[in-house]
Design a protein around this ligand. Structure first.
Ligand SMILES: C[S@@+](CC[C@H](N)C(=O)[O-])C[C@H]1O[C@@H](n2cnc3c(N)ncnc32)[C@H](O)[C@@H]1O
Length: 398
């Protein structure tokens, strides 16, 4: 098993050492530093619910720290970090980067693979961002869990099979059409997916080559389903603590006293959000604005009713007539239409399915021009975000 893992690891490294996967243009270094700082702060604190003050003096083990653009934040949060990175070129860049943006010496960078790193030490936090889907993710997950202290937290940034479906489909198209020729692949990506590349450069802030090599030329990109990930967690005595995007559904309503069930056991329920990840094509802010407007009146009517029956004893008792008027309003207006706010998703999903069928028909003909013309017309497929590149999970070791 290890032999097979090392073999693919070498192939991945051969690509990375030619074109670094996290190469940000030098001219944008300072602005990227600020943006990455804001990103990681929001990720850990707002999304994954870890108070940053809690991290002070905690030990951190990170696998695949790359050139350190994200890892530097662990130093700024006063963690004691051991960073394991296989690519010596990235390590050199990382050291310079740390020196430029931090004064601390509270870190070690070790030039090892996830699978050859040895230590007796266990850590409060173990992390990896965008790394283990480029190797055997099951084994890498087990290694990460092994180095975690009891009550420690494991952070995992990884593409999920649903969120990555559209990107994996792009890879499929390129592999299908390129006859295993790297130059063909490179040219085809530029020809077929110019919109995706422009968008990835704008929001991911990496160079064009960095994106093409990491996403398409890289020979290993293997993403777990939500279910597979939860099974791996259970085997390693880990419980889901938080995630982004959230996967714990909004319809849970038990009293806080009633916690005699384990949400991690409901793996199908926790997979529901995957459908949104698969067809995700517009920023949440757009969706939120739309639903906010649509629900404005309904929520008003709903709140009027609950407030009327509220604070009884300390206000004039509302009449039965005013109460029934409010109840009437609720039923007449067919309010609570906000419960249908996922209709848009249903529509997007059926468009998406039709576009998939059409795509395969054209792909069979290997007519690249026709394919490019078709891709210009799709409504959902490869549009906007084209799914979600990364999911972030925080697990807790019990
Ligand atoms: C896509 S980059 C992500 C880098 C960084 N975490 C980030 O998010 O910017 C993946 C990194 O993982 C490293 N890597 C890949 N396989 C590895 C392994 N088996 N052991 C250690 N590092 C590995 C690569 O060399 C590369 O620096």
């Amino acid at each position: 098993m290890l032999k097979k893992i090392i073999k693919i690891e070498k192939k991945v490294q051969a690509v990375y050492q030619r074109v670094s996967p996290s190469f940000y243009p030098k001219s944008k270094e300072r602005i990227n530093f600020k943006k990455n700082k804001a990103f990681l702060k929001n990720l850990f604190f707002n999304y994954l619910k870890i108070p940053l003050g809690y991290l002070e003096n905690k030990s951190m083990l990170e696998f695949g720290s790359g050139t350190g653009e994200f890892s530097i934040n662990y130093l700024l949060w006063k963690m004691k970090a051991d960073l394991i990175e296989l690519n010596p070129i990235s390590i050199e860049k990382c050291k310079k980067y740390f020196k430029k943006f931090s004064k601390t010496k509270n870190f070690k960078i070790i030039n090892k693979s996830i699978f050859t790193f040895k230590s007796k030490k266990k850590y409060d936090f173990v992390s990896s961002i965008g790394v283990i889907h480029h190797t055997n993710y099951e084994q890498a997950f087990n290694v990460k869990a092994k180095f975690l202290k009891k009550n420690g937290f494991m952070m995992l940034g990884i593409g999920n099979a649903a969120g990555m479906f559209q990107r994996n489909l792009q890879r499929y198209i390129i592999y299908f059409l390129s006859d295993n020729n790297e130059q063909n692949s490179y040219n085809l990506v530029k020809y077929l997916f110019p919109y995706f590349l422009r968008r990835a450069q704008k929001y991911g802030r990496r160079t064009l080559d960095s994106i093409i090599y990491d996403n398409f030329i890289n020979p290993k990109d293997h993403h777990p389903t939500t279910k597979a990930l939860l099974n791996l967690a259970k085997k390693n005595k880990l419980k889901l603590y938080s995630s982004w995007p959230p996967i714990i559904p909004t319809f849970l309503n038990n009293s806080a006293q009633n916690f005699n069930y384990d949400i991690d056991d409901y793996k199908n329920v926790l997979s529901i959000n995957d459908i949104f990840s698969m067809i995700h094509n517009a920023d949440d802010a757009k969706k939120l604005k739309f639903i906010e407007k649509k629900t404005y009146k309904d929520v008003q009517i709903f709140n009027d009713l609950t407030m009327l029956i509220n604070n009884i004893g300390d206000k004039k008792l509302p009449s039965i007539t005013s109460l029934s008027r409010k109840i009437d309003k609720m039923s007449k207006k067919k309010s609570l239409s906000f419960l249908d706010s996922t209709n848009d998703t249903k529509l997007n999903y059926s468009n998406f399915q039709m576009e998939l069928v059409k795509l395969l028909e054209i792909l069979k003909t290997k007519n690249i021009k026709k394919l490019r013309d078709f891709l210009k017309t799709t409504k959902v497929l490869f549009k906007g975000n084209a799914g979600i590149g990364m999911n972030y999970y925080m697990f807790h070791k019990y």
